[in-house]
Design a protein around this ligand. Sequence first.
Ligand code: SF4
Length: 250
Amino acid sequence: MRVIIDGRECLARRGEYLLDVAKRNGIFIPTLCHSDALPGQSSCRMCIVEVVEGGRSKTVASCVYPVLGDIEVKTNSDKIRRIRRTLVKLIHASSPAGKHMEDLLERYGPLPENRFEVAEGEKCMLCGLCVSACEALGTGAISTINRGTAKEVAPPFKEPPEACIGCGACAHVCPGDAIEMKEQGGIRTIWDRNFEMLECTGCGEYIMTRQQQEYIKAKDPEGTVELLCEKCKRKKTVDGFRDAFKNTGF
Ligand code: SF4
């Protein structure tokens, strides 16, 4: 497939999403509700671009728009910049205290006075990335509840969720830093539950919760859960290679 993005010719596989093609070719498209580890959600709409296909122009969310033929794409046209600025105002109204606003204001600010009602102090913009991460894990401990202005992310009955394993994936993917997760004295607290942390057997750094270890074991009863942090895993691999070379006499 031949895709021209902002005048640059990029190669794409059939069915590949536009956002991925742009990223691979070093072309920046802003995103908020996107994680490379999860499918596109097109919820924040910040990744909108203008696509010219078959002589017609349309505005699409690049994270869910598959390339199916030769197309031309504009990621930063006047029209796109105008729409993105309106989106930023809407996002600011829904979650002015979210961490994502720092970057958005730097890029698109200062914003004129917001004519939309501003939810002061709110960090969550309801992008749903946390729910998708939890679902992808197979835990499904949180979901969006209610509708309209009462919509929010919460565990069932807003009680500490039994299904939660304290992995923290929801907090890590949240662009607004809206999910509170604390760690103190080997205890992680998230969604009003406390989880015992397990240490890396190499360096002693806390790496996962006991419930997370049990969850992984239950998924693969034959496998073993190595209690090593990424750094110690790499060290172990390098040491293994070194020993193997030593034994061959090199
Ligand atoms: S910490 Fe709990 S709610 Fe968050 S992703 Fe992990 S299992 Fe789901």
